[in-house]
Each structure stands twice: as structure tokens, then as C-alpha cells.
Design a protein around this ligand. Sequence first.
Ligand code: HEC
Length: 290
Amino acid sequence: MKTFIGLPGKRGYTPFPPKGTSCGAYIPQVGALLQARCNSVLTGLLLPAAVLLTSAAAMASEAGMRLDQAPIAPTDVVSLQSGARTFANYCLNCHSASLMRWNRLTELGLNESQILDNLIFDGGKVGDLMNVSMTKKDARKWFGAAPPDLSVIARARGADWLYSYLRGFYRDPARPTGWNNTVYENVGMPNPLWQLQGERVRVEHALKAGEAREGQGGAAIAVKYEMVKPGSLTPVQYDETVRDLVNFLVYMGEPAATSRKQIGIFVLLFLLALWPLVYLLKREFWKDVH
Ligand code: HEC
């Protein structure tokens, strides 16, 4: 069985929000905003409506978006383990995956003590569901909407969408979180992986000959995204991290997919092997009739 590679000690990253910190302190740039939301009662009522409206608009505007193909490999156990680690460190603080139990990860070659020591940070047990440490009530206060459960998000959105979305964040001072996204315009989620990816900004410039035009028939501008503050990973490493994460999200959407396909092939081969025998048997039964 493969080992759990690349684990940087017990807890490689700061979870969000680190224990004992106030909700806004973790992402300094959005700290003030979150704090303000923490304190505001009114926003708890108004923001969900606003988020609903903006996400409906986002759905409409993202229809024409070109997505990058996610180079995932569902049978690559090491990639799935790495994705599980990123997921536990960076996503479970806000999102739940309440259809998944931790001990299901033994399918990915992890033993229970590895799961307990490296992935479960809230003192839970390996038999627990992947529930979120943040309460729904707090989430609504801080973000205006409870982050959706991610158990089957890959089935809803598809791997390519997730791969593009998680690589599509850029800095946008006009947004309350300070972040925007190329795939999900005006999203309510700040970039959870900003320390790894770094900070990018959107740069527009006049269209030069041969450059692709942004939007339909609009102004002649070209858009590119420039890294203004590099993260701890290079862009190539970051893409690999996101690939592993998306691989894991796809696995979570249907953990039995790989064995289902293997069993399917086995069943077809079995039927194929059975066919000549059944044919000979049929000839044997009918030989006196004809
Ligand atoms: C700081 C809290 C927070 C963290 C950490 C976080 N998210 Fe989110 N996420 C949100 C919120 C809030 C939304 C809802 C945004 C909206 O609807 O505008 C969201 C929405 C999403 C969506 C879109 C769901 C949909 O279909 O509309 C996906 C996918 C997602 N998150 C994946 C992730 C992944 C993967 C991670 C870990 C790398 C992560 N999130 C970490 C807060 C968070």
C-alpha cells in the first residue's frame, strides 16, 4: 500500500480560523470586513438575499466561460491523499462534507491513526462525518450565506469547473471580501488558498493585433491576470495542488466509482467467457429436435 507522502509534520498549515482567533484575523485583508459582519446583526438578514441575487447573476454570466480541463487521475491514490489533506486543511473550516466519514479514507491507503493525526483537527473521531467546525449561524453572520456542503459538489459542478474556479481567484478591492473569481463572478468566498497561490490582479489593456477580445462586441480590451505577490508555491505546483484537490472532490462525489468500473469490466469479461459455454449447451439441448 502506498504511504501518505508529503505530509509536512502534524499540521502543515494554519487552519481557518486558527483556534482561539477571532473570525476575521486569519485573512488580514478581509479581517476588517469579517469583523464588521461579525458585529452586525442587520447584515445577517440582508446578505443572504444579496448573495442569492448575485449568485443568480453569476450563474448567468458564467455560461460562456471557457473552463480549463482538469487533468485528474481517479486511480492515483497518492494524488487523492494529497487532495484529502488540502481539503481537510483549507476547506473543512467553512464547508462540510457531511456524506463522507473520515474512516472511508482508509480506502485511499491511510490507516486510522494517520487519519486521526494528520487530518482531524477538531478532536473528532475517525468514525465521524466530515462536519464543519464553523456553525451555520456564524457562517451566515460572516459571509452572508452558509458555504454549501461539498460532498457531491463535483457532480453538481464538474471537475473542470472546480479546477478553473479554484485557480481563478484574483484581488478585487471592489468586492467585500477583497477577492473575485474569473469563473464565478462576484463569489462570496474569499480565496482559501491565497497563501499557496499568491495574489493576482486583473489587468486590462488596449487590444493589440491578434489578441483575443474579452466579452462579446464590447470594448476592445484584452485581460490578463498578473501575479503581484507570489504565494509559497510556484504556479505549476499550485496547479498540481488544485488538481489533487479536485481529484479528491470527484472521489468524494462517488467514492465507489473506481471499484464500480472495475466490477463492470469484470462482469462483461465474465459474460464473454460464459458465452461459448452457453452456446455449446444450447446446441446440446436442441440437437435431438433438429
Ligand atoms: C472562509 C470560508 C471558506 C473557505 C475556507 C472555503 N470556502 Fe468555499 N465557499 C465559501 C462561501 C461563503 C461560499 C458561497 C459563495 C457564494 O455563494 O457566493 C463558498 C462557495 C464554494 C463553492 C461554490 C459552490 C457552488 O456551487 O455555488 C465551491 C465549489 C467551494 N466553495 C469550494 C471550496 C473549496 C474546495 C475550499 C477549500 C480549498 C473552500 N471552498 C474553502 C466559504 C469558504
